[in-house]
Design a protein around this ligand. Structure first.
Ligand code: F6P
Length: 319
């Protein structure tokens, strides 16, 4: 192994830069040439890549986003696109690839393995929606952004004695809503994995009001409903003044937390070690607190399970 390529793909996540730094520095440590591929699989197809230097990853560990840029490539979804990507890798004599991204990107990485390219995946997405992965890179930072927002909204919710619906990201998964809702003391947490009827939410609001609660926070995962529609319905059914905040893309940016930086450094370093050991096809994960390389099939085909214990706990604690 003389040359390793790396790219970031899909929705960016805080900590991707720390992972890039770890891959590049680990390559230098082992006297391997790291090649940065820009704009994800789109850039790979176009041959948009350049040799990374030691200094090119200096001063990025604390930055959100990705210095390699990212994309959701439609062309790479086609057979022709994948073959073009493989040709580029061969043309540039890249012996192995590291792909940093969420489930779509890791599926892309798997398809390159099937075409003969040794490829190691690193899970990075704010959604935390992968099976057999404790935490994806970016989830912790995103969570902290959401909690900060909930705390601020709580101040104004108390002053005006209102109900607030806060819509958070997560695509089809409820982890951001669940963890942020629990940590932010939300009265109700609405996630795609566990059905909660509007009647139940309204009942909880009314009970709270009868006991003298001055405000309520409902954290809604985007995979369940649109925040504004949901909020309107809650207001209609409960008669309580309701406001809505859609947090949106602020959840994807910002300085990565220490947890995300450490995770990204561990996974990035291990990805290079695995390629050097001759591994051709793995996703590198922390699973049950252990650093474990796992098969693509296992991580990508199994369903991510929501932590039902946390969900029920949050209900018990927010009566
Ligand atoms: O996967 C990360 C994510 O931010 C999801 O939470 C969200 O649904 C989606 O990406 C938004 O995608 P885009 O950046 O393409 O608008």
């Amino acid at each position: 192994m003389k040359k390793i390529g790396l790219l970031t793909s899909g929705g960016d996540a805080p900590g991707m830069n720390a992972a890039i730094r770890a891959v590049v520095r680990k390559c230098f440590y082992h006297h391997i040439v790291p090649i940065g591929i820009y704009n994800g699989f789109d850039g790979l197809i176009k041959g948009n890549m350049k040799r990374m230097e030691l200094g090119s990853v200096g001063d990025i560990i604390h930055r959100g986003g990705t210095i390699l840029y990212s994309a959701r490539s439609k062309e790479f979804m086609t057979k022709e696109g994948k073959l073009l990507a493989v040709n580029q890798l061969r043309k540039h004599e890249i012996d192995g690839l590291v792909v940093i991204g969420g489930d779509g990107s890791l599926k892309g990485a798997q398809s390159l393995v099937e075409l003969g390219i040794p490829t190691i995946g690193i899970p990075a997405t704010i959604d935390n929606d992968l099976a057999r992965v404790d935490r994806t890179i970016g989830f912790d930072t995103s969570l902290n952004t959401v909690i900060e927002a909930i705390d601020k909204i709580r101040d104004t919710a108390t002053s005006h004695e209102r109900t607030y619906v806060i819509e958070v990201m997560g695509r089809n998964a409820g982890d951001i809503a669940l963890y942020a809702g629990l940590a932010g003391g939300a009265e109700s947490i609405i996630i795609p994995e566990i059905e909660t009827t509007m009647e139940e939410v309204v009942c909880r609001l009314k009970n709270g009001q009868e006991r003298g609660k001055k405000h309520s926070i409902i954290v809604l995962a985007e995979g369940v409903a649109e925040g504004f529609k949901y909020g309107r319905k809650i207001e209609e059914l409960s008669g309580l003044e309701t406001r809505v905040t859609v947090l949106g893309y602020i959840q994807r940016g910002g300085t990565p937390t220490a947890t995300d930086r450490v995770l990204a450094s561990i996974l990035g370093g291990k990805a290079v070690d695995l390629l050097l050991e001759g591994e051709k096809s793995k996703i590198v994960t922390m699973w049950k607190n252990e650093l474990i390389p796992q098969d693509y099939e296992v991580v990508l085909q199994e369903k991510h399970e929501v932590d039902e214990y946390l969900y029920h706990l949050s209900k018990q604690l927010s009566i």
